[in-house]
Design a protein around this ligand. Sequence first.
Ligand code: FB9
Length: 534
Amino acid sequence: MAEELDRRILAELDVTGHVNSYDFATKLGVDHQLVVGAVKSLQSVGDVRRIHLRRFGSSFAASFQVIHVEQKRKERWETTGEGNEVAERGSHEAIVFHAVDRDRGTLQADLMKSSPNAKVGFSKAMSAGWIRLDKEATVHRKVESITDTVQELLKAIRDGRVGDATDAQLKDLKKRKLVSLVIIKSLDVTKGTNFSTSVQKLETDLTPEMLTAGNWKDKKFKEYNFDARGVLPASGHLHPLLKVRTEYRQIFLEMGFTEMPTNNFVESSFWNFDALFQPQQHPARDAHDTFFIKEPKCAHEFPMDYLERVKKVHSEGGYGSQGYKYDWKIEEAKKNILRTHTTAVSARMLYKLAQVFAEGKASLDLLHLTRLSLQDKFKPVKYFSIDRVFRNETLDATHLAEFHQIEGVVADYDLTLGDLIGVLHQFFSKLGIKKLRFKPAYNPYTEPSMEVFSYHEGLKKWVEVGNSGVFRPEMLRPMGLPDDVSVIAWGLSLERPTMIKYGIDNIRDLIGHKVNLQMVYDNPLCRLNKTTKT
Ligand code: FB9
């Protein structure tokens, strides 16, 4: 077949001087890719000779090809599967029209069952003025006969007579998914400098069979083409989200932050909400905002002395706070959920930090040492996390029921809002963002809280780039951290900067089963606009 195809292509070339792979495949009734393969095979025939320009002491490779090939790209309207069916059987609206009893009319309910696409057909037939609906929900014909233009157009397009359709008609048929605009990449072939209708293919491999049979002596072998580019090795590809995550991780590491262990998507309400002083009646704790786990429904292991202090600060207050004055219930705290923020992990880490401090304090108390040495026991920390969180959100073009939260946390003596603003400038400046503005906000677990805005040069407007705050005493004190230790923190999402970075408008083009994997393959490495100055 391949030899035959080669011969027919050369014969066609010899007569007409030009062959287009797609048109020739259609003419022969063979698969286009077979013709493309034959053309590429013929393209490799001929020889590449090194031309030495002795006078100039240089040389170049010149090819004496049998054929000359150019890539061609053209758009072609083609009928879809549904379009072919309509071309055969008639448009949905024509089918509905003919299903209406000419004399008595037909009940709309019955008409809707008369064909698979009756609903669309009814709507289009009404718009075309072919039928009408009376007060008894009966459909009547308004005209004696109809011309099924849609069917006629689809037959014309199917037969290659696209010129019969206007642009507006093509647009409407495309909207109805009856036609599609197909990009056809084909090859335009003309005679090469070394054209011949009979070519001896150059062998590309010297095989053991040739050596043993000795027929290698009669073969012509293709020269090595040292200018050819290597074959790209098949490899895996990082998803854009993971590329951007690497960049953010690098920024935090450069700033001396340590990554928190976030490998538990399931969290107890205690750590996700109660430990953060988020009251049990807070709307965010409802099922319409949070995913509750059916099995295992509850968590059972808590540091009970700490839990009692959390219960007390919610129900009675303490540490200067009046609390929420409600009947705090452990049953609510036990409920397992999909964590709604990685701040739950920050809470666990800060509690663990407080335990180290408490153990250190206990041992120093035994030795009656002063506060000075106590400071040796509480070591300031800088933590970060980047991982998935889940919220029962209303889905739209930019929101799914989950996203990756990026969170930074700094615990040190006497931190202030100024320290938070400073670390935010440092963090965002590493992303190339210089102009920040801060807007007072509210979070149940931070006071004060600020929304963070950055001026987007492209959009020429201020864009919210995150949220931040100072963790409340009602959160930190029950953990057992020293009274003069404060904790500042901030958060943002990974999806938003990734979508901006890669120019993706709909989050479903970035995440989910509909993602075009070619987008993952093609997207370059991520380099956020980093600056060295901090
Ligand atoms: O990421 C967000 N926006 C953003 C971030 C970066 C960016 O480009 C990069 C700089 C180059 C562009 C935009 N936002 C937070 C703001 C909005 O997109 C917002 O509409 C969506 N928010 C998510 C939550 O929405 C339900 C983004 C997500 C978010 C919000 C708050 C936090 C974390 C993520 C937090 C927090 C926090 C606060 C105090 C203490 C600890 C954590």
